[in-house]
Design a protein around this ligand. Structure first.
Ligand code: FES
Ligand code: FES
Length: 195
């Protein structure tokens, strides 16, 4: 993949830094201004345009990617923060050419319409399922120390509330996430999850 050193509209006007980013298992060497967001580095310099720019201010979740497995809004962070980390974008969710269970479930449940929010929804939900399994609290978990708490529709909606869908495909998105979760191991550590 050709890396653009001076993408149109983002010409470097000042100090630039050499930067090496690991994305979807590949290494990318860049020379960019420290002010460039991770989102712009992905889309404009590296050409990974699966990650979308919606609001560019942390409000919509369209730009969600994974860093060492945790979800972040790439529009709100600088690319220079992530040298030495493993970044995963929507282009890296498939394994060995096969869609992930979550990607497949989005297709089967019509979890999208125009698809603009979908890369962010997929990355966010991928990490969210792991957060839930690891006992991370949410605003609707009454007692996360409890031995049993449910991966309910309410939980999913709360935990995915940072990802907006302007097409309103929420019903399919929730169903797809429920299905992907139910296809995973349902007994984790000390907790049994009820679907
Ligand atoms: S584009 Fe990053 S949160 Fe909207
Ligand atoms: S599918 Fe169109 S914004 Fe979500």
């Amino acid at each position: 993949m050709n890396i653009k050193q001076n993408p149109s509209g983002l010409q470097a006007n000042g100090f630039t830094l050499p930067l090496s980013l690991s994305i979807n298992g590949k290494q990318y060497d860049l020379n960019i201004e420290p002010r460039v967001s991770l989102l712009d580095a992905l889309r404009e310099y590296i050409g990974l345009t699966g990650t979308k720019k919606g609001c560019n201010q942390g409000a919509c979740g369209a730009c969600t990617v994974l860093v060492d497995g945790e979800r972040i809004n790439s529009c709100m962070t600088l690319a220079v923060q992530y040298q030495g980390k493993e970044i995963t974008t929507v282009e890296g969710l498939a394994e060995d050419g096969n869609l992930s269970a979550l990607q497949q479930a989005f297709i089967e449940h019509d979890g999208f319409q125009c698809g603009y929010c979908t890369p962010g929804q997929l990355c966010s939900a991928t990490a969210m399922i792991e957060e839930f399994k690891n006992g991370m609290p949410s605003a609707v978990s009454p007692d996360v120390a409890s031995e049993e708490f449910e991966f309910s529709e309410k939980e999913i909606k709360e935990r995915m509330s940072g990802n907006l869908c302007r097409c309103g495909a929420y019903v399919g998105i929730v169903e797809a996430i429920q299905e992907a979760f139910s296809n995973k191991e349902t007994t984790v550590a000390h907790e049994t999850f009820y679907l």
